[in-house]
Design a protein around this ligand. Structure first.
Ligand code: 1CP
Length: 367
């Protein structure tokens, strides 16, 4: 049962287990949500999306609200994540991008020169009314359950713009980064401003936390990441404002795949929580990011396709290793795979909660 439906756990989102874990405060139990928890694995999502394109769905506040709520109702997760996509700020600004089913974002005119960079339209905050309407509706519906807003980090968005669509090696992106350092800097500057605008709109409308997805940053060496990418990701967090970590600003989560070598740097970019994939165990990740940041992760999504005993053993290992971190938000190491049985996700939520109940902060109020 979600906190929204369970009066014994009625708290406000800013004092929820998710927000508390992000700040390194004691929790009643380890909070859990799943990247890509809304979407392909849910039959109710497929029914609702039938006949509506992905980008149209993302800009319809009522559809966004309903799709975002589906996994909260079904699984009792400790957070909702706004149904949207990392390319949406570009689409709203007027860049010709389509999300092709089974493929992902496809860019009509890839960015390959300084002139292409300069031709990118800025994101006007006035165009985000639909987004703020969706966030407000969600906050009202969710009650004590926090809503996570999100945006794509400059590097990961640049891979789509430069490659023209999904790619594995991101070779063209790296070539552009090396060959055209000035245009690269200008492109990432612009993407940072647009990401900060997109996040700020969500926070202003009531989101309780934000996640910056730098999904593909793991293809970079630590030196290139530090010099050519990190300053732009930091600019997103700086642009979001809200002061130092603490009660006065919503927690920030920063996630990428294959970032084992980058974990200390990712922590330095300004987040309160570092998202970790399954390659690095959380106790080792805690050593790499240090004592000032919480961790999110890191069950291998493929484990959910295995037998129940394996699922239980791996969930328990992740919960256990997460205790080494300042705070732990249970998640997968990347998004839910489309073939995942939704029943297994519900089971994982229950199991994480069972394994992590803390006597220090009981789930029912003391008498
Ligand atoms: O429940 C949720 O997590 C919210 C939904 C969500 C999120 C957080 C969607 C819906 N997209 C995203 C972020 C996103 N989009 C990321 C970062 C997270 C990650 O690493 O998985 C990335 C890289 C994208 C880009 C993207 N959009 C891809 C990946 C393509 C590639 O390079 O491999 C795809 C397939 C999309 C389309 C998309 N986004 C979301 C959905 C439900 C879909 C499928 C749309 C459809 O065809 O129906």
């Amino acid at each position: 049962m979600s906190a929204a439906l369970d009066p014994a756990r009625s708290v406000i989102p800013s004092d929820s287990d998710l927000v508390r874990a992000a700040r390194g405060l004691p929790v009643s139990r380890t909070p859990v949500w799943f990247m890509r928890q809304a979407g392909r694995s849910l039959p109710e999502y497929r029914a609702l999306r039938a006949g509506t394109g992905m980008l149209a769905a993302c800009q319809d506040p009522d559809l966004v609200t309903e799709i975002t709520l589906q996994p909260v109702r079904r699984h009792g997760v400790d957070a909702a994540i706004l149904f949207s996509d990392i390319v949406l700020p570009l689409v709203v600004a007027g860049v010709d991008i389509d999300i092709k089913p089974g493929v992902g974002p496809v860019v009509a005119t890839p960015v390959r020169s300084v002139a292409d960079v300069d031709a990118l339209p800025p994101l006007e905050p006035e165009r985000l009314v639909f987004l703020q309407t969706a966030v407000r509706q969600l906050v009202a519906e969710l009650g004590p359950t926090p809503l996570i807003g999100f945006a794509g980090a400059p590097f990961t968005l640049a891979t789509y713009l430069i490659e023209g669509g999904p790619s594995k090696e991101h070779a063209r992106t790296k070539a552009f980064m090396y060959a055209e350092p000035e245009a690269w800097g200008r492109l990432l500057d612009r993407l940072a401003i647009s990401a900060a605008t997109f996040l700020r709109a969500q926070v202003d409308a009531g989101a309780s936390a934000v996640q910056l997805f730098d999904s593909w940053a793991g293809v970079l060496s630590a030196a290139d990441y530090a010099e050519r990418v990190l300053p732009h990701s930091r600019a997103v967090f700086d642009g979001l404002g809200g002061g130092r970590a603490g009660e006065d600003r919503v927690p920030r989560i920063h996630f990428g795949v294959g970032t084992g070598e980058l974990l200390p740097l990712i922590g330095d970019a300004g987040a309160d929580v570092v998202g970790v994939d399954w390659r690095v165990p959380l106790d080792e990740a805690a050593r790499r990011v240090g004592p000032d940041r919480s961790l999110q992760g890191n069950l291998d999504p493929a484990v959910l396709l295995a037998d129940r005993a394996t699922v239980d053993r791996e969930v328990s290992r992740v919960v256990q290793q997460g205790r080494a971190a300042r705070g732990h938000i249970f998640n997968l190491g990347h998004g839910v795979l489309p073939d995942t049985d939704p029943g297994v996700l519900t089971h994982v939520v229950e199991l994480v909660h069972e394994l992590s109940v803390s006597p220090a902060r009981p789930t029912t109020p003391a008498r």
